[in-house]
Ligand binder design. Structure first.
Ligand code: GUN
Length: 293
């Protein structure tokens, strides 16, 4: 029997723990975790993500602020906002939603965030700490951190010696995911668009993480019998069966095929997605605890 990993349920668990811890922090240290989310422009998908991050922060009892800036905002103005948030003692986490409009150098903006408030884990300090095996002092990017929680829920904490294949080498998911699996003593391969014979490589994976952003690219017969399959993809594809112009969400894995061979698999939606926001809350809480001393 294949276990369908319920990311929504696990995320609710994480959020409930964060809520309780935030209450304790307020009662014992007088500190309320503060999260600032910044969005520039009107990308509809980004607006949905940002609204749910701000809402979840409120649900956790956090001080939650959202800065919505017009699409034509200059880099200087955005950097000034970040400098203000860096200096604001009520703010423990800063998240600048990506992508940013063309006139803005995203790298410069991300690196302007104070590493101790970088709850996305994108600054070089946090990337370096994770790469150097000091993740406990860093912030780990939320999607790979959440994927790791799901993997440990189904496989236990001891992943030693397992073969892990991460398909995708982005800075946001693929690379940090590989580092987390390596830190957990997996034998890790990072595959990408130039990889030879990707299906054969995927068939070696006890843990297969798909983070390529290509709808249903990973086929069922690429999955090793009993493997744990983590699908990070969120792709919108046309769904004429739902009516003209309608869309549906699919992952990077051909779910119906893969589910027949996997030992455990995350669905899309309802798998990794909810974990990303839950880990953002957890990172913000950790930042507030560190600030409280
Ligand atoms: N855009 C898509 N995913 C993310 C994320 O994890 N963090 C930020 N800041 N922007 C994103």
């Amino acid at each position: 029997m294949t276990t369908v990993i319920d990311g929504k349920l696990v995320a609710e668990d994480v959020v409930a723990t964060v809520q309780k811890a935030a209450e304790l922090l307020r009662a014992e240290a007088g500190v309320t975790p503060g999260l600032a989310v910044v969005i520039v422009g009107e990308d509809p998908a980004s607006q949905v993500y940002v609204a749910s991050k701000s809402r979840k922060a409120k649900d956790c009892g956090f001080h939650s602020v959202q800065h919505t800036l017009p699409a034509e905002t200059s880099q200087a103005d955005l950097l000034a906002l970040i400098a203000g948030l860096n200096a604001d003692p009520e703010i423990h986490g800063i998240l600048v939603q990506l992508p940013l409009p063309e006139q803005i150098d995203s790298g410069a903006v991300i690196q302007a965030i104070a590493p101790e408030k970088d709850v996305d884990g994108f600054t070089y300090v946090n990337v370096g700490k994770l790469g150097a095996g000091a993740a406990e002092t860093a912030f780990v990017p939320c999607t790979p951190a959440g994927s790791m929680v799901l993997i440990e829920r189904v496989r236990g904490r001891d992943l030693s010696g397992l073969n892990a294949v991460v398909v995708g080498r982005s800075n946001i998911v693929g690379k940090p995911m590989a580092n987390l699996l390596l830190a957990a003593n997996c034998t890790v391969t990072v595959a990408h668009s130039r990889t030879h014979d990707l299906p054969a490589l995927c068939r070696t994976a006890d843990i297969l993480v798909a983070a390529v952003g290509r709808p249903e690219m990973i086929r069922g017969d690429w999955v090793k019998e009993g493997a744990t399959v983590i699908d990070v993809g969120i792709n919108r594809i046309p769904a004429p069966e739902k009516g003209e112009g309608k869309q549906r969400l699919v992952g990077d894995v051909a779910y119906a095929e893969a589910e027949r061979r996997a030992g455990a698999i995350t669905p899309v939606p309802g798998g990794v997605g909810p974990m990303t926001i839950a880990m953002l809350m957890a990172n913000t809480l950790v930042s507030a605890c560190r600030a409280a001393g």
